[in-house]
Design a protein around this ligand. Sequence first.
Ligand code: MCN
Length: 791
Amino acid sequence: MGASDFAKLPHIGEAVRRKEDLRFLTGAGQYTDDVLMANQRYAIFVRSPHAHAIIKSIDVSAAEAMPGVSKVFTGKDLEGKMGGLPCGWLITSTDGQPMKEPPHPVLALGKARYVGDQVAMVVADTLEQARNAAEAVVVDYEPLPAVVDMRTAAKGPALHDAAPDNHCYKWAIGDKSAVDAAFANAAHVTKLELVNNRLVPNAIEPRSAIGSYNRASDEYTLYVANQNPHVERLLMTAFVLGLPEHKVRVIAPDVGGGFGSKIFLYAEDVALTWAAKQLNCSIKWTADRSESFLTDAHGRDHISTAEMAMDKDGKFLAMRVHTDANMGAYLSTFASAVPTILYATLLAGQYTTPQVYVEVDAWFTNTAPVDAYRGAGRPEATYLLERLVSRCGWDMGLGQDEIRKRNFITTFPYQTPVALQYDIGDYHACMDKAQVLADVAGFEARRKASEAKGLRRGLGYSSYIEACGIAPSNIAGALGARAGLFECGEVRVHPTGSVTVFTGSHSHGQGHETTFAQVVAARLGIPVENVDVVHGDTGRVPFGMGTYGSRSISVGGAAIMKALDKIEAKAKKIAAHLMEAGDGDIEFSNGEFRVKGTDKKIPFGQVALTAYVPHNYPLDKLEPGLNETAFYDPTNFTFPAGTYICEVEVDPATGVVRIDRFSAVDDFGTIINPMIVEGQVHGGVAQGIGQAMMENCVYDKETGQLMTGSFMDYAMPRATDVPSMKLDHVVTPCTHNPLGTKGCGEAGAIGSPPAVINAVLDALRPLGVKELDMPASPPRVWDAIQAAGAA
Ligand code: MCN
């Protein structure tokens, strides 16, 4: 079935209420910490209080003698029994030097490299006993000087022997000499330096895991708050523990948000699984909020310089970018891909810039590892580009909208100079709709009204594009990645015609149990309630690559569509048999099989029953059962795009910024469930506003202590910080997946930060403020106004 026919089916585009919400709202969700295993004990991790220190010795004797304590494990207990955590394998450096992939031991060996680095694991009968014993573990540290600032990382001290200058890799894309030539001939060059602030993910459910071992079957089970259980299992068995994969079952039950921070293989998961066998029991660990702040992989943390070369009319000729990216103390699982193939390839944006050259240097510092966080690379790209483009508009006297319109791509497919080929989009339509939605025409009057009150008002634009549906194997491979990411779906039709779908995607807030059911119900012409979706269990789902990169509906959903194609093909044969017609004469629509040109028809349910209760069945031609599995590897990314317009009012006396209006027009292709999509945009925009206005993860530059290690110091947006938003859509269906969908799960977090900061700058430019780094907190805004006034 083609994407345009699919879009017309019942249930597609319908705001079906979320099936999963009944259990969440009635407290019946089953999160990892809710699971109670037989013979369950508890683990507490002893963590380094130093950002950088030699571990001279660890004395566990007092702790092990305490009541209820089973064992205290240190790095030495694990040494030689397992490999280090996998890292770095996603990209290849482009400067001819191998990427530095220093070992990341599951428990620190010899050295601790950031505050929170896990040094020992205490296992005891109760949580309290484990906690008390952890305090009795004596670690003799020799503190070393720490480095937290990428700009000085090269001067040391070195974190790893393998990287004496703390340089992890260099990666570049684009034609440098063509870019340099374009700059030499440009009528105008606009240049910006900016910081993309480090963020802490802060999912509501902290990380949690239970390692378990069954001696009778020699099998392990790991319950874990995770977004991609099959990948977790693959990485853990193949890279670290060297176990046969089928001996490990990974279950990611209900998961309370992840935002990317739960796709990595964390040390705790491995330690718990391995130790479960040593102690022949189950061991549970749940991070407390302070541990989450310290040890969940953080996001963003870039320092960049960006330049745009233009002709006299503001047409972009070339762009040049250099970015320093903080990797933290160790390379986390997917960290190498974030500032490279997920970032630099998006820097053409929605524009026809003929040449783009991007160079990235990645650094080790004594901070928590940095990896994917909602948008992963694409918010960083959008922030840089959309700040630069607004600045170009101001510099050229064109305004933020006209500079964009002059440079928008209008013909598709469009090959960018940084590898990606956009299949489809309509950027002018998004801009036009957003301007109407935001009532740009009425802005001048509102600005004057604010001015009359002594306030400043500004409009900020951001026209984002992102690559979702991660990741087509062929393109990922061409970019140097050593992995591509398909998805798997199994459709099991039961004899009564109800259906269970097994998907390799994982839902941790995105509502797949509803939207995937809508897809199946639409195709088979059955009620949505008759479809259940199973995910998050390597013991039940054949295989899966999990959920991140807004891939689930476009890749996971497409795998289910492929399985449904097979179901339909087989069901047609059964229907042909039942109606004594030729296979080729059967049509299927609205849940009914018909013989073409006749009034003969039978419902889907009758075919399903016949598949399992065969009567006079042509067994030579047809197997019983109606159960199909398919794997789908996309041929391209999907390219959601849109224009966001933010309007702010700033009080120059206090530096307080108030977001007055926020309008977002997105193109997600065909929309399965508009209510869920709207929720995704709301959540993403709230996170983007958080980054732009208040969130900032700060380490002390001397000691490497995390200064923002609790919600007292790390401000998350609350309901009153998030404005009511106006949303609308443009629909250009994706041309290469059978649903016509593009991902929506990250757009809000990608598109919103530059819209907010551009609005603040628009408000403050008359006061002489030309640049401002996130977050636009009152002191920072006030300082910028004072500095501009003094200049
Ligand atoms: N959808 C739709 N029509 C479309 C596109 C999507 O109806 N055209 C629906 C999908 O069927 C799905 C939801 O919208 O129910 C999101 O789909 P998609 O864009 O495919 O994204 P994923 O399901 O792959 O989710 C991943 C994405 C990412 S990368 C992050 S980070 C993120 C996000 O989703 N983390 C989240 N949204 C989150 N929402 C919650 N509540 N919690 C998180 O941790």
